[in-house]
Design a protein around this ligand. Structure first.
Ligand SMILES: Cc1cc2nc3c(=O)[nH]c(=O)nc-3n(C[C@H](O)[C@H](O)[C@H](O)COP(=O)(O)O)c2cc1C
Length: 169
């Protein structure tokens, strides 16, 4: 089965996860959604980093799939974020399960598998707008504004095992 991994990554952590998946899945190709020419896989693994509670609009658009580009092919979804667990507060609900739900809703059908990955944020790499946004968010939440890295190689293996188990015939 040909697997095509399509991702959006601004600062590189989602790209690293997609590429690690690509290395472990022998027949996979890995493509940045901004460079996507055509859907070539029989199984599509589609992932986005989460910025301000939502997946990137290019991934959202791909999942909504107005043009029928995905051809109803099976899709596995992944989100990369810092807040992996569900949270509810005055400003609403958030966290990994909420982000994955948003992606599932955009897709409009159940994914074959889905996974929430821990990501990474390096303060000095952020562009001024993102820095301002994340810094004021941290302040409002009473959290320190500093580098965070919650990436774990084991999550890539776990996702691949899940995809493999669910697509084995
Ligand atoms: C502007 C901005 C907004 C973010 N918003 C969220 C968020 O709402 N929830 C969350 O869990 N992580 C959030 N993050 C953290 C990113 O999801 C995390 O750093 C991710 O690993 C970035 O992926 P990338 O390196 O592929 O760009 C945000 C990061 C930035 C820069």
């Amino acid at each position: 089965m040909k697997i095509q991994i399509i991702y959006y990554s601004k600062y590189g952590s989602t790209q690293e996860i997609a590429q690690a998946m690509g290395r472990k899945l022998k027949t996979a190709t890995v493509v940045d959604v901004r460079e996507l020419q055509e859907i070539t896989g029989d199984l599509l693994v589609i992932g986005s980093a989460i910025y301000s509670e939502v997946p990137h609009k290019d991934i959202e658009r791909l999942l909504v799939d107005k043009e029928g580009q995905l051809q109803d092919k099976p899709v596995a979804l992944f989100a990369v974020c810092l807040r992996k667990t569900y949270i509810t507060s005055k400003i609403g609900e958030g966290g990994g399960p909420v982000y994955i739900k948003k992606m599932e809703r955009a897709l409009g059908r159940p994914p074959v598998a889905s996974m929430i990955f821990g990501g990474r944020m390096i303060v000095d790499e952020l562009d001024p707008e993102d820095r301002e946004r994340t810094e004021s968010f941290a302040k409002r939440q009473g959290m320190p504004f500093k580098d965070v890295n919650v990436m774990a190689d084991s999550e890539v293996d776990e996702f691949i095992e899940d995809i493999t188990a669910k697509t084995a015939r």
